[in-house]
Design a binder for this molecule. Structure first.
Ligand code: HGY
Ligand code: MN
Ligand code: MN
Length: 418
């Protein structure tokens, strides 16, 4: 059992230092994937890891893997990781806490001259947010074989720039095939992004799994026409159709309360002019629920709502499902290591299912994986006011350190006993 303690002040300083990379005047962070701010933090990440004697490998979709040697180089590394990209009006903690938490663990081990049995790895997954380029968790999805590299390369942002072009523009097209950098387990520290831990006054979320999530791209096409001279009976207003669907998604989600959520968060209208009846509306739908069967039913009800709006208003509807991640349960041994670590630190904890999606969802289909949550103030995230207290960040990183060391020790014991 180790008595290593992470350095809370160093962790907080590092969080605040990186929050300035894409920092916003109101205190939030805009570090969209593959932007120059993303390049800035990636370059910084590489320098920090190399300063600890680690080697950094970049794969073909920009996923970054920093490796720390263990006593037994033949073993698969134990990974820690999350994402460095943010929402356009993101906060200082979503994703980056998991990467910087892993960095703090590695800094603590380095300072102590402590070498684990298995190698350790710190991962930055590309485009977890799915904001600039949908869908979310794209880099980890390509690593896991859910999406092809070509599919990812072809995704475009609202300006029409392709993922592959942006990746090469910041110099992060690695020469290793996605999926070819192996590791044996992953622990992801993340803020909860919801209200439960704070409401129950718990410091640690022992994450059991992640709910199912589906994203759709919908294009409704009507007819652009003059707002002044076109009678109401002669209109094919695509934005009116979108409004009906937006209302319908909300109604379907409430119909599956309390577990379901449904949102339309992005919409583009063409030609988007004051005095033109909208000829086209393109928007995304985000549906989530802990049970896949419920998502199947929600999907049917939303599709029916789209068809009805199109038929009533005289629109063409194109619906593409661009992401489907079924509910995932995390690994019992990893979860037990987290529980052990929370107990060891004397922290209050509770089991929890993640409402938000994470790279751990794709990774869990490949190797033993779990997550550690710390509270979000007011349950708020994907908002500039996102906040988690320094001592809570430090508690999460201490649990990350002790969970990884415990997992490493338990596996070393099994090998010795064999
Ligand atoms: O969509 C999500 O849950 C994550 O923030 N990408
Ligand atoms: Mn995140
Ligand atoms: Mn996020």
């Amino acid at each position: 059992m180790s008595n290593l303690i992470i350095n809370e002040a160093r962790l907080w300083d590092t969080l605040m230092e990186t929050a300035a990379m894409g920092g916003l005047p109101n205190g939030g962070v805009a570090r969209l994937t593959l932007s120059h701010h993303d390049k800035q933090v990636r370059d910084w990440f590489t320098a920090q890891c190399e300063a600890l004697g680690m080697s950094v490998t970049v794969d073909e979709v920009g996923n970054m893997f920093a490796l720390r040697q263990g006593q037994n180089p033949d073993l698969l590394p134990i990974a820690m990781g999350s994402h460095l990209d943010t929402q356009p009006t993101g906060g200082k903690f979503d994703g980056i806490l998991g990467v910087l938490g892993g960095l703090e663990v590695l800094r603590t081990l380095h300072a102590a001259g402590y070498t684990t049995d298995a190698p350790l790895m710190l991962v930055n997954w590309t485009n977890e947010e799915g904001s600039r380029f949908s869908p979310a968790m794209l880099g980890s999805g390509v690593y896991a074989g859910v999406y092809s590299r070509d599919y990812a390369d072809g995704r475009t942002d609202v300006e029409g720039e392709a993922f592959g072009t942006a990746l090469e523009a910041i110099g992060y097209r690695g020469d290793v095939k996605a999926g070819d950098v192996p590791f044996g387990a992953m622990f992801e520290l993340h803020i909860e992004q919801g209200p439960i831990l704070e409401a129950e006054n718990k410091t640690i979320g022992v994450v059991q799994g992640v709910q199912g999530m589906r994203w759709y791209e919908v294009t409704l096409t009507g007819r652009a026409a003059h707002t002044g001279s076109t009678p109401m009976s002669m209109r094919n207003n695509a934005l009116l159709g979108a409004a009906r669907v937006i209302e319908g998604v909300d109604r379907v989600a409430h119909g599956f309360a309390p577990s379901a959520v449904g949102t339309v968060g992005f919409i583009e209208v063409a030609p988007n002019s004051n005095n033109v009846i909208p000829g086209q509306a393109r928007f995304t739908i985000d549906l989530r629920h802990p049970e896949d069967a419920a998502l199947d039913q929600m999907e049917r009800e939303v599709e029916a709502c789209i068809a009805e709006a199109a038929a009533t208003i005289g629109l063409e509807a194109e619906v593409k499902r661009i992401a489907k991640t079924d509910a995932v349960a995390f690994d019992a041994q990893c979860i037990d290591a987290v529980r052990y670590a929370a107990d060891k630190a004397g922290l209050t904890a509770r089991d929890i299912i993640s409402g938000a999606g994470h790279d751990a969802v794709h990774v869990a289909r490949l190797v033993p994986t779990t997550m550690i949550f710390v509270p979000s103030e007011g349950g708020l995230s994907h908002n500039e006011a996102e906040a988690t207290a320094s001592h809570e960040c430090a508690a999460g990183v201490q649990v990350l350190l002790d969970a990884v060391l415990e997992y490493d020790r338990r596996h070393a014991d099994v090998r010795k006993a064999a």
